[in-house]
Ligand binder design. Structure first.
Ligand code: ADP
Length: 271
């Protein structure tokens, strides 16, 4: 039997560093998410963690592909690939019927249109403004003195609509403070914030076209309250996966496997 081939994808985002090890281009062996991104210890820590979780050494990994905002600074990588291509690749692996990807990360939000064969056909992106990104939620969670992971339970508890009208993070922060001062409940404010982000990102996604299946990726997709808000805003079923934050890293590991297979084929031909 042929020896197993292990490849690694590393996604160095603005906010978090993610990595994944794949066996034979199809089985997820281990994953790691470190909550700091480009320019920090995050990239080397995530690589160390995912190797440790898998019980493998760096020498066991045939090919390492880097993606994300900080991909060009990763010296451990054999090559780099654009994050849009990696997102398309990862989502097609997890959801073969994907037609639209909505990705909300730490500092940007994007919508990708995917063709029948999983190829990227078009995309739109907001990377100019924190509103409508994970950063917005991070700021609001801090003001509300809750952890980012608690937002979904608060959203589910809301009984009253509180509308957050400011479209700028700085003004929204002041608006949240005055809502708190006037006695609004935290859960209603959280739901209002989720709805406000969904409205921004929903409009972005409508520009590439909302076609089923719609897959929600990025760290913000871990928040069920955001899934609810996007479903209400778009009127479509929104699919997520426990690997949503690792989607770019998954795509990179899949590209790494393709590269490794090409190299192995060439070596065989030259032998
Ligand atoms: P990037 O690739 O830009 O670094 P990610 O896709 O990793 O960003 O997403 C980071 C964002 O995900 C954070 O800003 C945070 O808002 C959100 N996030 C991370 N973990 C959680 C969680 N457990 N629950 C809800 N949101 C989360």
């Amino acid at each position: 039997m042929a020896e197993a081939v292990y490849t690694m994808g590393v996604d160095i985002g603005s906010t978090a560093s993610k990595s994944i090890i794949l066996k034979d281009g199809k089985e997820i062996v281990s994953t790691s998410v470190v909550d700091v991104g480009a320019g920090t210890s995050g990239p080397s820590r995530t690589i160390g963690e995912t190797l440790k979780n898998s019980g493998l050494n760096r020498e066991d990994i045939s090919y390492v592909m880097a993606t994300g905002y900080g991909r060009n600074s990763l010296k451990e990588a054999d090559a780099q690939m654009s994050e849009l291509s990696c997102h398309a690749k990862g989502a097609y692996f997890l959801f073969p019927n994907v037609k639209t990807i909505i990705d909300i990360g730490g500092q940007d939000a994007k919508a990708l249109k995917i063709g029948d064969n999983g190829m990227l056909e078009n995309f739109v992106m907001n990377d100019k403004c924190a509103a409508g990104t994970g950063r917005f939620l991070d700021v609001i969670a801090r003001v509300l003195e809750v952890d980012i992971s608690q937002l979904q339970d608060l959203d589910a508890k809301s009984t009253k609509d509180v509308s957050i009208s400011s479209t700028c993070t700085v003004f929204a922060e002041s608006e949240v403070i005055s809502q708190l001062a006037s006695g609004s409940k935290i859960e209603d404010i959280v739901k209002g914030i989720h709805n406000s982000i969904a409205s921004r990102v929903g409009s972005l996604a409508k520009r590439v076209g909302l076609n089923d299946d719609i897959i929600f990726t990025g760290g913000v997709a871990l928040n069920e309250g955001m899934v609810r808000a996007l479903e209400e805003n778009t009127g479509h079923k929104i699919h997520t996966s426990p690997y949503c934050q690792l989607n770019g890293a998954l795509g990179a590991a899949l590209f790494a496997y393709q590269k490794q297979q090409l190299i192995a084929k060439k070596e065989k031909a030259n032998a």
